[in-house]
Ligand binder design. Sequence first.
Ligand SMILES: Cc1ncc(C[n+]2csc(CCOP(=O)(O)OP(=O)(O)O)c2C)c(N)n1
Length: 328
Amino acid sequence: MPTDDRTLTREQVLDAYRTVLRARTLDDRRFVLNRAGKLAFIISPRGHEVAQVAAITALQPGRDRFCLYYRNFAAALACGFTPEELMLSAFARAADPSSGGRQTPGNFGSRRRGVIIGSSTVGPQIPKAAGIGLALKWKGEGALCYVSFGEGATSQGDFHEGLNFAAIHRCPVIFFCENNRWAISVPQPLQVAGPGVAERAAGYGIPGVRVHGDDFFAVHLAVRQAAERARIGDGPTLIEAEVLRLQSHSTDDDQRAYRDAAELAAEAARDPIPRMRDMLIQRGWLTAEDDAGLRAEVDREVERATEAAEAAADPEPGSLGRHVYADA
Ligand SMILES: Cc1ncc(C[n+]2csc(CCOP(=O)(O)OP(=O)(O)O)c2C)c(N)n1
C-alpha cells in the first residue's frame, strides 16, 4: 500500500498522534474510574485508535456528517469532542453535549460538528447514513456522510439495506468497518459468511477496500480516495480496516473467558500506538523526548478533564422524562 505523505503535513500527523494518545489515556483513566465504582460502564477503543483517527483526518468535521458507533471514542476526539466533554458523558453529567447524561457513553452527538447521535443497537446507523447521504447529494454541497461499525454489524439486515440503497442512488457515503474479528464472544467465522467484509461491496457494485488498521497512512489514503469519489458523485465505498480488540468487549465482559491466552498476548504485542510512534521517530518527526513531553501534557489534560467532569452537576431529576415524553 503506498503511503500518503503528499497530502498531510508533519503538524497534521503529529496532531493525529496526540489525538490517539488522548484516546488511550482517557480510556486508561475511565477503566480506573470504573473499577473504583465511579463510572458504570465503558466500551474501549483500545487497538482501534490509530485507524479511527487516520480515517477522520481525511474528512472535514463541520462540513461532513458522521454516524459513529459506540467504540468510536478516538474518532469522536478527532471530530472535535474535547476530553472534558467525553468525561462529562462518561460521568453522565448534565453538561454532556451528546445527551445531557441520558445515553450510554459512546453514543456521540454534536450538531455543530455534524455528528449524528445513534443508539446502542448494532447497525441502524448504516441505513440512516445512506439516507443522510441522499439528502447531502440533493443539497449539492459536496459534503459526505461517514458511517462506522464493527464486522458483527455486517450480518445485520441494516448493513445490506444501507449499502444497497446508497449504491443505487450513488450516495456520498463512506462505510467504514472496524474489523476486530470479534462480536462480543462470537468470532468472525461464526458471524460473517465468506472471505471478509470488503468482498461484500462487489455484491452492490461499489468499491471494497481492505487496509491494515494499524497503518496510519494506509487508512488515511483509503478514506481520502473514498472521499474524493463521494464528493464528485461517484457514490459510496466500503472500507474494511483490520484492527485489534485489545480489551474485552466492554467493562461487563472478560475476554479471557473465551479467547486464547497466547492470542491475546500476541495481539497485545502488536499494539498500533507504539507502531505509530516508531514510524514518526523513523521519519524524524518526533524524538523520544518529544514523545515523553507529549504524553505528560496529555496526562495533565486528562487529569483536568476528569476533575472538571467529576465536579460537574448531575441532570435535574425532574427532567427525567425530557425527550422521552412530550412536554405537557
Ligand atoms: C441489534 C443488536 N443485537 C445485539 C446487540 C448486542 N451487542 C452489542 S455490541 C455487539 C457486538 C457487535 O460487534 P461488532 O459489530 O463486530 O462491533 P465491535 O463491538 O466488535 O466493535 C452485540 C452483539 C445489540 N446491541 N444490538
